[in-house]
Design a protein around this ligand. Structure first.
Ligand code: PMV
Length: 362
């Protein structure tokens, strides 16, 4: 079994004075949700997600050798300094220093931007931390060119996890499992792995239309949210249920049974919110329009038998999931009946994607 110690590198063979890398990494949407964690960003239960294609963070990393042994970096968002993002990156560097000892050798300039609108209520922490981890691994690969691709991506996911848990599922596509699960060979609490078997054709280019119901700041940060699962009256049962749902959805992803897919995915979304509603303190993150949308989706599905369903993140926005072959009908329905419940009528059309991409190598 791979342990965290396996990601501590041996002394590097190469040196490099300065340079630049540039990566993009996508967002992802969990089907079986991660909610609750242990020390060192270890998930309380396994999760599985679809990697998205269009919603992504694009990050460049410029590095230049320096003398001091402090962590030193500038953080730019869309080319302009962004002080309020710095503490999260500082913490990420501190957590990963043990695994990336070169971090104190360089001054870094990190410039980052998202393809989705700023404050859309879409969390950029998964894509952002994954994009940064990819850049840092490109630098490590320059210092140690013998590194295998398998190690490169595994360690990228391992590092991304230390920035934001779900970020470890944004390194690769298209379906990623994170967390030890008895039915998923090679699964690990330390990094995401690609779904191990062939996925049914119905999931090819599966669509995710994100309805922007509330673009405000998150009411509950995910750090606070995960903490609420400590001493939660239903925590142990929930963690066991996630294991059960992962076993069930594994079969569904293989056999393409969309009735079962819908049941698991919607139940997972509502369970995530039920956990927040039954914690102390308690929160309701859905808005009235979230419920309007859910009811409309249920009615449309019932009336037309078109297999469309919803899932939710820790917020009010709704992800509408459906196969590519019904995209025309579903989009018509979304435009006619759901956009009225979106902030400024806004929504984003996305689909399953292949994971992070190298844009520029040194
Ligand atoms: O990665 P975090 O710590 O922001 O947690 C994300 C948790 C959910 O998005 C609510 C669920 C998930 O599995 O992505």
């Amino acid at each position: 079994m791979i342990t965290a110690e396996d990601f501590i590198p041996s002394p590097y063979q190469n040196t490099i004075e300065n340079g630049q890398f540039h990566w993009s990494a996508p967002s992802n949407i969990a089907l079986v949700k991660y909610w609750g964690k242990k020390e060192h960003q270890i998930p309380a239960n396994p999760s599985v997600s679809f990697t998205l294609n269009h919603c992504k963070t694009i990050t460049s990393l410029v590095f230049a050798k320096k003398d001091s042994d402090e962590i030193s970096f500038d953080l730019l968002f869309e080319g302009k300094p962004k002080e309020d993002f710095k503490p999260k990156i500082q913490k990420f560097f501190e957590r990963t220093l043990k695994y990336l000892p070169f971090l104190t050798d360089y001054h870094f300039t990190i410039d980052t931007q998202n393809t989705f609108p700023h404050s859309s209520g879409i969390a950029s922490s998964a894509s952002g931390m994954a994009a940064l981890a990819m850049n840092l691994m490109s630098l490590e690969k320059t210092l140690n060119p013998e590194m295998t691709d398998a190690y490169f991506f595994q360690k990228s996911s391992f590092l991304a996890r230390l920035g934001s848990g779900s970020a470890c599922r944004s390194v690769k596509g298209k379906v990623i499992v994170w967390g030890n699960h008895e039915d998923i060979s090679g699964s690990s609490d330390l990094f995401g792995v690609e779904f191990p078997t062939q996925i049914h054709n119905i999931f090819h280019n599966y669509q995710d239309t994100i309805l922007l119901v509330d673009k405000g700041e998150k009411q509950v940060s995910s750090t606070v949210g995960h903490d609420l699962m400590h001493d939660h009256p239903f925590a142990e049962r929930r963690f066991a249920q996630a294991h059960e749902n992962l076993s069930k959805i594994k079969k569904v992803l293989e056999n393409g049974n969309l009735d079962d897919f819908i049941k698991i995915v919607e139940s997972e979304a509502l369970t995530l919110h039920a956990m927040m509603m039954t914690s102390l303190p308690y929160f309701i993150l859905m808005k009235p329009n979230t419920l309007e949308i859910i009811n409309k989706i249920w009615k449309f599905r019932n009336d037309t038998k078109i297999p469309v369903c919803f899932t939710l993140d820790a917020g009010a926005n709704v992800h509408v999931l459906y196969p590519e072959k019904v995209a025309v009908e579903v989009l018509k329905f979304i435009q006619a009946e759901l956009t009225a419940f979106c902030d400024n009528g806004q929504y984003i059309c996305d689909l399953l994607g292949a994971g992070s991409k190298l844009i520029m190598n040194n």
